[in-house]
Design a protein around this ligand. Structure first.
Ligand code: SF4
Length: 274
């Protein structure tokens, strides 16, 4: 018997390219459950990826899709949303795609409150190209380009997007599947810039070098044991929070979106009737 979610995968796309135990598969699975539970019209969903293991998701997820260029996902998403505001636009990125090459697109899209849903797989390194240091690699972590430990501070992506103007912001890990599905659903239904960070395992390039964890299950256990909810975090000191992943839904607010504001000026100029 075929898997009940098989029709959400692009015909002919399997086998996939991911390493055994990679977190990207879990993120794709959560995305499928979210759109299925929302009963979205899949003819009105567009998925946009850039370059990297995570940005390959649009090749497997059976929607109209753009597999674009590195870091430019949100530029494509802006064009798609302005051209057809009725579409649900899902942007899938890795941490390098999102916060390094695409960092300026990220803050500008958040500032504009572009009505799209961004899902970022933060596996703390550039997995596809060999495990190099990324803007979210923890300080001190050993990667292929920081063999004596990373001397830089990592971005807190959720705080970055909040400061830039994002209006729905969550963080979970791949050890928090029901919570992640719920936040993706809420992000898709939210009017405005939705940002969902997923701290995930890259057992091949990061887990075994930076954390000394060879088994994907050990990676998941590490994510679970090092996570604290935002409610727990409020009662913890800065010292106790060092190295912890704070998870939860952080921001949800109602503000005019880019398209709504654009339509106001078009109406004033009598260029549209709506
Ligand atoms: S390199 Fe890392 S992120 Fe890429 S497929 Fe392998 S485990 Fe996944």
């Amino acid at each position: 018997m075929a898997h009940p979610n098989l029709n959400y995968l692009r015909p002919g796309s399997l086998p996939h390219m991911y390493c055994p135990g990679c977190g990207v598969g879990q993120i794709l699975n959560c995305l499928i459950y979210a759109v299925k539970e929302l009963d979205l019209d899949m003819n009105k969903v567009v998925t946009i990826g850039g370059v990297g293991c995570t940005s390959r998701i649009p090749a497997y997820f059976n929607t109209d899709a753009i597999h674009g260029i590195h870091g430019r996902n949100l530029a494509f998403a802006t064009g798609v949303k302005l051209a057809n505001p009725e579409l649900s636009v899902l942007v899938i990125m890795g941490d390098g795609d999102c916060a390094a090459i695409g960092g300026n697109h990220l803050i500008q899209a958040a500032r504009r409150n572009l009505d799209v849903t961004v899902i970022v797989n933060n596996n703390m390194n550039y997995g596809m190209t060999g495990g190099q240091v990324s803007p979210t690699t923890p300080t001190g972590a050993t990667t292929t380009t920081t063999s004596r430990g990373n001397i830089e501070k990592p971005f807190d992506l959720c705080k970055l997007v909040e400061a830039a103007g994002g209006t729905f912001i969550s963080r979970w890990t791949t050890a928090h599947i029901p919570q992640l599905i719920n936040s993706i659903k809420r992000g898709i239904m939210h009017r405005g810039f939705s940002f969902i960070e997923v701290v995930a395992q890259c057992p091949t390039q990061f887990g075994r070098y930076a954390l000394g964890l060879r088994d994907p299950v050990e990676n998941l256990r590490w994510l679970r044991e090092n996570s604290v909810t935002k409610t727990q975090a409020e009662k913890m000191s800065e010292e106790e929070l060092r190295g912890k992943i704070i998870v939860g839904d952080f921001v949800e607010k109602d503000e005019p979106t880019l398209v709504e504001q654009y339509e106001v000026i078009l109406k004033k100029a009598q260029l549209i009737q709506r």
